[in-house]
Design a protein. Structure first.
Length: 120
């Protein structure tokens, strides 16, 4: 019966922030314990290292600076790590381990709007 996937254990995706917690609702609080409703714990820019990806990274850093946030913006170029998010078009923006934009370079003002939209 293993031919059709019966009897196989389900794979659980690991959290992308490096804390090794599983990405389920029960462990979201373990992943980023400092997250309260509406807080932002991590921001990532996923890219291949191209000019567009660098531009998004700089725009996100500028938006975070403009808002006065104390969140570090991480630039992820490791393709295995990028594939964990299921993103096929880069650059991509991840806020609190959720992909919020992909395939375009956002201006700093657009990033600010996205941050407000996600609950900040």
């Amino acid at each position: 019966m293993a031919l059709f996937g019966f009897g196989k254990k389900k794979e659980v995706a690991a959290c992308g922030c490096g804390c090794s917690a599983n990405d389920t609702e029960d462990t979201k609080a373990e992943c980023c314990p400092e997250i309260c409703e509406g807080d932002i714990c991590c921001i990532k820019v996923l890219g291949s290292g191209c000019k567009s990806c660098h531009a998004l990274y700089e725009n996100v850093k500028q938006a975070v600076k403009d808002l006065g946030l104390s969140v570090e913006v991480t630039y992820v170029t490791d393709m295995q790590e990028v594939m964990k998010y299921g993103v096929m078009s880069m650059p991509a923006l991840v806020i609190n381990e959720k992909v919020v934009s992909w395939g375009k370079v956002l201006k700093a003002s657009e990033v600010v709007a996205l941050l407000h939209k996600t609950g900040f």
